[in-house]
Ligand binder design. Structure first.
Ligand code: ADP
Ligand code: 5GP
Length: 186
């Protein structure tokens, strides 16, 4: 059975991590691409599981060494996808799951075209997104503002991708997402 690449994209605060954690629990067959980032660790996040949390100079050295298949600056921090992980996955026909911003999605589409299945998750509104970011309580005010500004730009691209899921009610959204992923995996 050939490998698959499923790429999830959503403005920060939409509920992507919430939905992905459920998907990862239901689908241990999906190989999660652990990105590198220079942003601070949030409470509960685990190095090597959620991200590899690394320093800016380490990240920049890894860029220079060609260790990322794609990387981007998002909300003033670096994020990047391991080239080694993707190469291994393609060689071994893994079903790979990625969480990328729109720049990362564009890069993956350029590299893999229709083989990268992109699912965009949208919030019910910007106001609701702002509410979720505040309720999550993980980010200071200036970071929330930056994420909301970025969300407006990302939402303008919501129809450019392969699939769209609305995260209004979390259980309903998860049902849609799971069904979609299972259709792609078939
Ligand atoms: P993201 O990974 O997209 O940045 P999170 O999964 O961290 O977002 O969710 C942001 C906040 O919104 C969290 O506090 C989460 O519990 C909450 N949340 C997620 N989905 C919903 C939903 N459908 N309705 C209300 N709150 C939600
Ligand atoms: P967060 O800081 O909320 O975990 O993620 C911020 C943004 O960075 C999200 O839009 C997420 O999809 C994106 N992101 C996470 N990892 C990567 C990556 O490896 N590459 C790119 N381009 N974006 C990423």
């Amino acid at each position: 059975m050939p490998g698959k690449m499923i790429v999830i994209c959503a403005p920060s605060g939409t509920g992507k991590s919430t939905l992905l954690n459920r998907l990862k629990a239901d689908h241990p067959d999906l190989m999660w691409s652990v990105s590198c980032t220079t942003r601070p660790t949030r409470t509960g996040e685990v190095h090597g599981k959620d991200y590899y949390f690394i320093k800016v100079d380490t990240f920049e050295k890894q860029i220079a060494d060609g260790e990322f298949i794609e990387w981007a600056k998002v909300h003033s921090n670096y994020y990047g996808t391991s080239k080694r992980f993707v190469d291994e996955g393609l060689k071994n026909n893994w079903k790979m799951l990625f969480d990328l911003d729109v720049q990362g999605v564009d890069a993956m589409k350029k590299l893999y075209g229709a083989d990268a299945h992109v699912i965009f998750i949208e919030p019910p509104s910007i106001e609701e997104l702002e509410k979720r970011l505040r309720l999550r309580g993980t980010d200071p005010e200036h970071v929330i503002s930056e994420r909301i500004n970025n969300a407006r730009k990302e939402l303008a691209r919501k129809d450019d991708f392969d699939h769209l899921v609305l995260n209004d009610d979390v259980d309903r959204a998860y049902k849609d997402l799971k069904a979609l992923v299972e259709r792609i995996l078939k």
